[in-house]
Every structure is written in C-alpha cells, then in structure tokens.
Design a protein around this ligand. Structure first.
Ligand code: ARG
Length: 587
C-alpha cells in the first residue's frame, strides 16, 4: 500500500502536469506549519526559474484544479507560492480502512530482500556486563526486530568476547589459588572433569581481583599474558578451563538476556573466527596488502581525503599473537561464508568508532569482503547517572543488569501498591512496566547521544516514557473489554469520517506507521519509533478525553470508534514489539 504522502503526491503531480508543469516539482511533505495545514507542496517556488512566472500565480492555478477533489478538506495557495493542504475526513477514513485490512498496516515489502547480520550485545565471558552492554543489547535488538519486520532475513549475533586477556587473568588467579587442579598438570593426558571448578559468583569475584592485582604487579600481568598466549596456542588444560568459563558465563548471560527480552539467533564467540585467521593472513600477505612494521604485520588504511590520522590496522603482533582486529576481520570472513550478507551492522559503544573505521577499511582493501557489502557502525553514547558520569550502582560498583532490573521493578511495584492485584499478577505487571521504562528510556534518545539514566523519570506513568505508552495501550484494552462485556461485537463495523479534530488527528498520526518504520530502519534509529508512538498515544488520549465512546448511541458510529481503537492498539503493540517490550493487560 502506498504511503499517504505518496498518494497525495500522485494526485498533486497530475494537477501539475495538467496545468502544463513538470510533475517532478510536485513534491509533497508533512507541513512544517501544522497550525495552518497538514501537508504542503513548495514546488511552485522551485519552478519559477524554469517557467519565468510568479510562483503564487502557478500555485493558484494548481490549487484551482485540486479544489474539486474529494481528497482535500482545504487546499490553498499562500504567498509567496506554497500550496497548503488539509485532507478530508472521507479520504482519511478510506485510507485508514485500507490500512486496517492490509497486512502489516500496508507496509510494502522491501524492493530487495536482503540478508543482514547484526552484531550486538557483545558481552565478554567472565567479565561483568557494563552499561555499554545494556545499550548494545537494547538498541541492537530493536534494529534487528525492525529489519525483520520490514521483511529482511536477519541474523542477530551476540559475538561474545571470549579470547582475550580476561581468560588469562582468571587462569592465572586460579593457578595461584588452587595449583593442585588437574588443569595445571602438564603431564596429565586424561579427560578433564565435566563439572567446572568454580561458579558464576566465584568468577565474579576472581576476575575483578585478578584484573586489579595485575595492574599493580607486572610479573603477574606477564603471567596472565603468557597464559592467554598458551590458551590461544592450544594448551589442553587451559582450553578445558576456558570451556568451563564459557559454559558458566553463557548460562548466566542467557538468563539475563531472556529477562531483557533480547534474543540472539547466534551465540558465536570471538574464538569461533580463529580457524579463518591463517588463510586470511596469508591472503593479505599474498595480495601485497600487509607489510611488516617493527616486527608486527600491519595493513595501511589511511586515505588521501582523511582529515585526521587513521593508524594502520595491526593484524599480528610481533610475537605472532592475534588481536581484537584480527578476530573481527576473520569474523567478517566467516560471516561472508556462512550468510553472504549485504549488510553487517555493528552496534557498539561509539568510542570504538575509529577502531571500526580501520577494520572496515582493511576488510575492503584486502578484499575479504566486496565493495557491495555495507559495513555499518552504529555507535552509541554513554548511559550516565544523574551526576553526569557513567552510570554506577548505588554502592559505586559496576552494573549487574539483574540488579538494575530488580531495582527498577521494585520501584514500579511500589508505585502500584494500591492496585487491587494478587502478588503474582503484580510481579508480572511490574516486570513488564520496568522493562518498558528501561528500554524506552534508552531508545527514545538518539543512539549516538549520551543520556542520563533517571529511574524516577523513566518509571513515571506520565510524559514521554515507556510506562505512559503502556498505560495508553492498557486503557484501550480496558475500553474494548468493557465494550465486549456489554455485548458489543469487536469484529463489526468500519471506520467512518472523523467526528472531531482530535479523532482526525489520531487517524492522521496512524497513517505515519509505514514511513516511520522504514525510516527507523534505514537510519538505524529506534528513537523515531518512540517519537511516533508518543505522538500516537497523545493523539489517542486527547481523542479519548474529548469523545464519548461507549455511550455513543449511534451503533455504526460506536463501531467505528471501536475499530479505530483496535487499530490504534495494534499499531502501538506492533511498535513496542519492535522496541523489544510488551504491554500487560492492566497496570
Ligand atoms: N566485547 C566487546 C566489548 O566489550 C564488544 C564487541 C563488539 N563487536 C565486535 N564485533 N567487535 O567492548
């Protein structure tokens, strides 16, 4: 189904042509003066040069032709040459009814169905999650859902960090604490125990301890680096420990991500790219792309047009060790082989943007991926506390996402203390509202910007918040329920011309669905979906306050309201699903 702007533009274009002007000038946009009109066309201004006529004169000529049309309730030429348009209730109702009947509210299939890999989450095994991982998960999940809804084939990959120094640190610390463990016995050739020698809480204590200690003790740090190198070189006992670390961490991470309603198609890890490294490196050497610099193997990636210094991309350290770069490049090789994607989207802290610039250039230059594949970096800003510094827990520690969720859930639950609900329902509702508060609080900001995580504001039932959107949906659900309880038929009826301005505005807002979703995907901008549902919710609430719905006596009119409510609910529910949360039945 065509977007409403396209429909209008088509009609306006015909009038331009009929009046003897080139149809290319008939561009229609949403009005930037909503107090005057809903849509506008500035084409007459642009044509002055070509036709040597006063724009207002041409605008008037076109308006004259469009005045007859049922599409417009008002259309006028305004100096110096704007065409201002307001659509008719009849046109709007017809458009909305078509949307209601269409699949995905009339959103058209993409011109080309693409395969898109989304790299998000990016947690590291054994290390605690930090706030950056929360943002990556929340934003990435929304981009993934939106791409999939639009009709692309999408693969979401958590790309766990499992191959770095953190593992060497844990191995080293374990060795100091329990040197008797069989994993450290180089002569041992048997099977290793299936039970890990530590729990998740052990790891949570061991890693920060080892990390802190290594910063003060150079020999300990070297030991950890050596352990990392031996692991990467394939030492059996260390590989067995590494597998335990992954198992324990992944079990824990799955729990957390499930609570966050974040769902990866793939649980790949940095280490999974290892098998692709040797051939990739050979190819870079054979192709003459890589050269030795101070013993290290590097690829130059600077370009003439650079305004800032882009350092070379290091592929192998002088001791032959691989780096974060190497793994990311090899992962591109792997993704190309497994999925042959047209785009790979990385949702990572924006402080890694230079790093990704190097990796992307290197990948293209060394031809491990074709120029036709879009490598896209979606860098997000920092989630700050009220003090404007990166968010910390109350005790100043790093964030445990579980604790954050629990805190927000408790706060929401307190707010709903007076509701007549059993404990189980209250817990379920509070969990849904808390998730909406956190996710909407994050997603409603442009991803690249820093924002302040303000629990009090995010959990408010009023204003531009997740709970407000849920509240709107719950309100609609309760009206529909009451209607059904009173014997009303939820399936009957069609949407009639709007009875008042607030209804007209609600209908108008709803027509923006398709364009919003497409635009949010193309720009990787979930905040556009948030802005849209905030507008729709406001429009609905004004309509609700100004219109008697259930007490409407004319049955057809009442059925029309009910159908509009249903459409509003479905649109809102679809949008929050794209954002990664859902609404309770009451709250
Ligand atoms: N594990 C990384 C971190 O914590 C993020 C991974 C991002 N994805 C990637 N392909 N490099 O910073």
């Amino acid at each position: 189904m065509k977007g409403i702007i396209d429909v209008l533009q088509e009609e306006v274009k015909q009038a331009f042509e009929k009046a003897g002007y080139d149809g290319k000038y008939a561009k229609v946009t949403i009005s930037n003066r909503p107090d005057l009109c809903q849509y506008q066309c500035n084409g007459a201004l642009a044509m002055a040069k070509e036709y040597h006529k006063a724009p207002i004169q041409m605008a008037e000529q076109i308006v004259e032709l469009l005045k007859q049309s049922d599409t417009f309730a008002a259309i006028a030429a305004q100096a110096p040459g704007f065409i201002n348009m307001t659509v008719s209730g009849e046109f709007l109702a017809a458009y909305i009814n078509e949307m209601r009947a269409a699949d995905k509210f009339g959103l058209e299939q993409p011109a080309k169905k693409e395969t898109i890999v989304i790299d998000y989450g990016g947690a590291n095994v054994a290390k605690p999650l930090h706030v950056g991982h929360l943002r990556s998960a929340v934003i990435g999940e929304s981009i993934k859902r939106t791409a999939r809804y639009i009709g692309h084939k999408v693969v979401g990959d958590v790309h766990l960090g499992d191959w770095g120094l953190q593992i060497g640190l844990i191995i080293t610390e374990l060795k100091h604490r329990k040197p008797e463990l069989v994993y450290f016995d180089n002569t041992y050739e048997g099977e290793y125990p299936t039970e890990p020698p530590f729990t998740m809480s052990d790891l949570e204590e061991i890693y920060p301890y080892a990390s802190g200690y290594s910063k003060e003790h150079e020999d300990y740090k070297e030991e950890a680096q050596e352990a990392t190198a031996q692991l990467q070189a394939g030492r059996r006992g260390y590989l067995a420990l590494w597998k335990h670390i992954i198992d324990v961490s992944v079990t824990d991470l799955r729990k957390i991500y499930t609570k966050l309603n974040v769902d990866f198609d793939l649980w790949k890890k940095e280490s999974d790219a290892q098998p692709y490294i040797p051939d990739m490196v050979q190819g870079m050497k054979d192709g003459g792309y890589a050269h030795l610099d101070d013993g290290a193997l590097v690829v130059d990636v600077k370009e003439e047009t650079d305004t800032k210094e882009i350092p070379p991309c290091m592929i192998l350290k002088s001791n032959g060790a691989t780096l974060y770069n190497t793994t990311d490049l090899a992962t591109i090789v792997e993704r190309r082989k497994l999925f042959d994607p047209t785009r790979i989207i990385y949702v990572v802290d924006k402080r890694q943007s230079l790093y990704f610039e190097q990796v992307f250039r290197c990948a293209k230059k060394t031809k491990i991926i074709g120029d036709d594949v879009d490598l896209i970096f979606v860098g997000f800003g920092t989630m700050n506390g009220k003090d404007g510094k990166p968010f910390k827990t109350r005790d100043g520690g790093v964030l445990r996402l579980e604790h954050l969720l629990a805190d927000v859930t408790a706060q929401v639950s307190d707010k709903m203390a007076d509701r007549d609900m059993d404990d189980e329902t209250r817990a379920d509702v509070a969990a849904k509202v808390a998730l909406a508060a956190i996710k909407y609080g994050d997603l409603s900001n442009q991803a690249s910007k820093d924002y302040i995580f303000d629990i009090d504001r995010f959990t408010s039932f009023e204003g531009n918040t997740g709970p407000y959107i849920l509240y709107t949906i719950v309100r609609i659900k309760s009206i529909l329920n009451r209607f059904a309880e009173e014997g009303g038929n939820l399936e009957a009826g069609t949407i009639l011309d709007p009875v008042n301005d607030s209804q007209k505005n609600l209908m108008l807002q709803l027509t923006g669905f398709g364009a919003t979703v497409e635009n949010a995907f193309e720009e990787k901008a979930p905040h556009k979906i948030c802005a849209y549902i905030y507008e729709v919710s406001n429009a609905f609430n004004s309509f609700y306050h100004e219109t008697k719905i259930l007490s409407e006596e004319n049955e057809a009119q009442k059925a029309s309201f009910i159908q509009l409510l249903k459409l509003t609910k479905k649109v809102l529910e679809t949008c929050i699903d794209l954002l990664g949360f859902s609404a309770p039945d009451r709250m």
